[in-house]
Ligand binder design. Structure first.
Ligand code: NAD
Length: 481
């Protein structure tokens, strides 16, 4: 496969220093393409092009922008199979998952924001019949978008689409671990006839290309999804430059199961909410809190179902669990499994690497792992693992469940299973997370605010929240008397 290229000023281009690094297929452990090792020079070139394009793009009508974005959506749909293969090969996720979730959602992101911008409005305030105030919502300018590897195109477009719809020019950097679909997207922007400089893609390492985006004075806002530590580093640079910041960070989400839940639906969904995408979804529940009266039954039923999840070649339809995204991440997860054992954890299933014979014999696979017998305060129950590893924790009362659920530095999502309506509403209000799923998981409505509290982030994405982030409100006061 040819080397990946940056997309700057409307053309696909090599990095300024002409340096590249390896891109691995996690299912085989082999290198299949090379990634530009971009730096400050590339970012600066992109910013200059974006600054030139900005007044023209900001002056286009909402209909023009909306139509172009719809065109991008429809062109991704035409190439869905190519995108799905690329995503699976880059990330290790099952092909069926990329085909049914990742790429369709990327298409939806463009369609959703192409429509949402046509419905976007701003406030006006009448002041005692003396004056009319109205709020102009103007695009911020050139904005930076930095995304992670777990849902590569899905999260990349979740940032890029609202930014463009609101009239901004974008410098975007996908994860260096999974750059391929962002590269394919830049080809689509050329074919769709997007004006040059409006959308730019810089590939490379976080500490070089990413940092150059965050530090560039011409970039006025940063939208970032990734780890909490990286979010902290980004905030340290961007905050003193007074950039707008949206940070979507790590999590340690609780799944709270009460005895009165719809048991079969809960069981089936909890297997999914624990292990979909190898557990590498920020919304996955990694700590499963179970009411004591059904703990044993749940443990036995759950472990039986988890053991049936087939770990295998991502290209095969019956592989439920694919490869772990990188050797580095594989090592991190394996370290956490051994840490759990050292902390006294009892491994109920999994706990080891899986050898997938044939094509994937050198790939990085881990069996879905369920661990019990650990206090909620231990490192395994406090630190984000971000892999196919969950712990089981029994509880007796609602208060105890809330205390355990809220007892980490994170606050992204909580999942609650109960048929008791009063309890559900009371607990939803008490859970310290940005998102609460009640009797469901990953049931997404793109209009809803999306994001976390505590160390899981600052700001919200989704719907009007995203369009507000990517615009500056300006109050205009007109005296009328
Ligand atoms: P990461 O923080 O290592 O990298 C994310 C992105 O930031 C990459 O593009 C990377 O190149 C870039 N980056 C790294 N260092 C940088 C720096 N100093 N300056 C600028 N950019 C830099 O995260 P990851 O390992 O790719 O993704 C996994 C993490 O993402 C997990 O913690 C997961 O919880 C989180 N995540 C959160 C959400 C959410 O919505 N809250 C969604 C998905 C993933």
């Amino acid at each position: 496969m040819e080397n990946i290229k940056n997309y700057i000023d409307g053309i696909l281009t090599t990095p300024y220093n002409n340096n590249y690094f390896n891109n691995f297929d996690p299912s085989t452990g082999g290198v299949f393409t090379m990634i530009p090792d971009s730096g400050e020079e590339d970012v600066d070139l992109a910013v200059r092009s974006a600054e030139k394009a900005f007044p023209i793009w900001a002056a286009t009508t909402v209909e023009e922008r909306s139509e172009l974005m719809m065109k991008v959506a429809s062109m991704i749909r035409q190439r869905l199979e190519k995108f799905a293969h690329a995503e699976s090969m880059d990330n290790g996720k099952p092909l069926w998952l990329a085909r049914s979730v990742d790429i369709p959602r990327a298409i939806k992101n463009f369609e959703f924001f192409a429509n949402a911008i046509t419905q976007f409005s701003s406030e006006s305030h009448i002041t005692d019949s003396i004056a009319v105030n109205y709020t102009l919502r103007q695009p911020v300018g050139v904005v930076g978008a930095i995304s992670p590897w777990n849902l590569p195109l899905y999260l990349f477009t979740w940032k890029v689409a609202p930014a463009l719809a609101a009239g901004n020019c974008v410098i975007a950097k996908p994860s260096e671990v999974t750059p391929l679909t962002a590269y394919l997207l830049s080809e689509i922007f050329i074919d769709a006839g997007f004006p040059q400089g409006v959308f730019n893609v810089i590939h490379g390492h976080g500490h070089r290309a990413g940092k150059a985006i965050v530090s560039h004075p011409g970039i006025k806002a940063i939208t970032f999804t990734g780890g909490t530590k990286t979010g902290k580093d980004i905030a340290a640079i961007a905050a003193p430059m007074f950039k707008k910041l949206s940070l979507e960070l790590g999590g340690k989400n609780p799944t709270i199961i009460f005895a009165d839940c719809n048991y079969e639906e809960m069981l089936e969904t909890t297997v999914r909410s624990s292990f979909t995408n190898q557990g590498e979804i920020c919304l996955c529940g990694s700590r499963i809190l179970v009411e004591k009266s059904i703990y044993e039954k749940f443990r036995n039923d759950f472990v039986q179902k988890v053991k049936q999840l087939r770990v295998g070649d991502p290209l095969l339809e019956d592989s439920m669990i694919g490869a772990i995204v990188s050797k580095q991440h594989f090592d991190k997860i394996m370290y956490h499994i051994s840490l759990a054992m050292n902390e006294g954890g009892n491994i109920l299933c999994g706990g080891k690497a899986v050898n997938v014979p044939g094509r994937c014999s050198d790939g990085w696979f881990i069996a879905p792992t369920v661990i019990e017998n650990l206090p909620s305060s231990c490192r395994t129950n406090q630190e984000e693992i971000f892999g196919p590893v969950v712990t089981l924790i029994p509880f007796e009362t609602e208060d105890e469940a809330i205390e355990i659920a809220n007892g980490t530095e994170y606050g992204l999502a909580s999942i609650l299973w109960t048929e008791n309506l009063t309890r559900a509403h009371n607990m939803a209000a008490l859970l310290r997370s940005g998102i609460v799923w009640i009797n469901c998981w990953m049931l997404r409505d793109l209009r809803t605010p999306f994001g976390g509290v505590k160390n899981s982030g600052v700001g919200r994405e989704g719907g009007l929240e995203a369009l507000r982030f990517f615009t500056e409100p300006k109050n205009v006061c007109v005296k009328i008397k």
